[in-house]
Ligand binder design. Structure first.
Ligand SMILES: Nc1nc2c(c(=O)[nH]1)N[C@H]1C(S)=C(S)[C@@H](COP(=O)(O)O)O[C@H]1N2
Ligand SMILES: [Mo]
Length: 379
């Protein structure tokens, strides 16, 4: 692939807000620099989430980066010769496009997706963006395996952690400057299936999703997928940043005061392609559609209840059950009497996990994997 004009400079900043792409209210709910997809917007869509409705989570704001002057820099004690940041191993955008490429379908999901349901369903208030279920999307990502770039930069066998860092502005929390967004990743995962992605759904990455290059870390929490990567420290000792110490661990009762181990895999979840409080017609046959996904293995099957959890029946899978990303499913339903009703979907994955009734409380509201009670009104 050559540097196209589209990829070369990227668009100019058109929006005043932190996110550049349009955020029409029929597709998104916006919380400051974050925007979640409305699930009804996936109803007539294919396997992948189109960019126009893919959620955005920016700690600060989307930067505009010129691919012609951009460089990826690797340094640290985990590379032969222990290059310092000043003597880093460099790759241009064209260098990366010239390396062997791979494409994968994978979800990216915010660790706090469905966080608002801790309060909404379990009466447990938590802090952070009050996402409903829309902070997730599946795209087709194309790029260079991180393993290839690490090899070219002459990784040693003593390296333990790599830490990609974004080029977006410093993140300030409660008046404290925490520097640029960065999170360590164990070398074992970095060498396994991680991509330095430069394409999303067949086009150069859009600015909001990390142009020119982002990490895609399959199955892991969204914060692993650092956007707008500028450098990667490679270290022979464990690395730390606020994003694996004060955030993205479980805090609260039952956890050590420094929190759990840093979070890695996402939990199992399901969503109906319906608005919240959807209205459905009594006596009319309809098909409920939805998707289920898991960081623990492919989704094997999904059961649906249309009576608030009293009875359950298997949903019909649409498409490949082993697909990476998510499993699409459908369930025929003829709502009987008018009135409020609760729809529920419960998935099981290849690791044997089944969605529980209650998600384990943690103060920052991460990993809400409980069965969601989706209220609808039959009219
Ligand atoms: N540099 C940088 N990378 C980042 C972030 C960020 O704010 N800055 N947000 C992270 C978080 S918390 C999530 S959930 C995903 C969101 O990816 P998306 O905006 O492409 O959906 O990007 C991650 N990568
Ligand atoms: Mo996130």
């Amino acid at each position: 692939m050559e540097i196209t004009d589209e990829a070369a400079a990227g668009p100019v900043r058109a929006a005043d807000g932190p996110i550049l792409k349009p955020l029409p209210p029929e597709l998104f709910v916006v919380y400051g620099s974050n925007a979640e997809m409305r699930w009804e917007a996936m109803r007539e869509q294919g396997y992948h989430t189109p960019v126009d409705r893919f959620f955005v989570r920016d700690h600060t704001r989307t930067p505009l980066i010129d691919a012609r002057t951009w460089r990826l820099r690797l340094f640290g004690s985990g590379l032969h010769g222990s290059p310092t940041p000043e003597r880093a191993v460099e790759f241009s955008y064209e260098d990366l496009l010239g390396l062997p490429a791979r494409s994968i379908s994978a979800f990216i999901e915010c660790t706090g997706n469905a966080r608002s349901l801790y309060a909404g369903q379990q009466n447990q208030p938590v802090t952070g963006s009050p996402w409903k279920l829309g902070a997730v999307g599946v795209a087709r990502w194309r790029g260079v395996p991180l393993s290839i770039v690490l090899e070219r930069a002459r990784l040693t066998d003593r390296a333990v952690d790599v830490m990609p860092r974004g080029l977006d502005p410093d993140f300030i929390d409660g008046g404290q400057n925490l520097g640029r967004v960065r999170r360590p990743l164990p070398v074992a995962k970095a060498l396994d299936d991680v991509l330095l992605a430069y394409e999303m759904n067949g086009r150069p990455l859009p600015p909001d999703h990390g142009f020119p290059v982002r990490l895609v870390v399959p199955s892991w929490v969204g914060i692993s997928c650092i956007k707008w990567v500028g450098d990667i420290e490679v270290s022979d000792v464990p690395l730390f940043s606020p994003w694996n110490t004060r955030y993205y661990r479980l805090f609260g009762p039952g956890h050590p005061s420094e929190g759990s181990a840093p979070l890695t895999r996402q939990v199992l979840k399901s969503a109906f392609e319906l608005p919240w409080d959807a209205r459905l017609s009594a006596g009319r046959r309809t098909a409920l559609h939805g998707r289920s996904w898991s960081g623990g293995g492919a989704v094997r099957h999904v059961e649906v209840s249309t009576d608030g959890g009293r009875t359950w029946r298997r949903a019909r899978s649409r498409g490949d059950r082993g697909a990476p990303g998510w499993l699409r499913w459908e369930f025929p339903w003829r709502p009987a009497a008018p009135g409020p009703q609760v729809l529920m979907a419960r998935a099981a994955d290849a690791s044997g996990a089944v969605q529980p009734d209650v998600a384990p409380y943690n103060t920052l509201g991460y990993l809400f994997g409980a069965v969601v009670r989706h209220r609808v009104t039959v009219v």
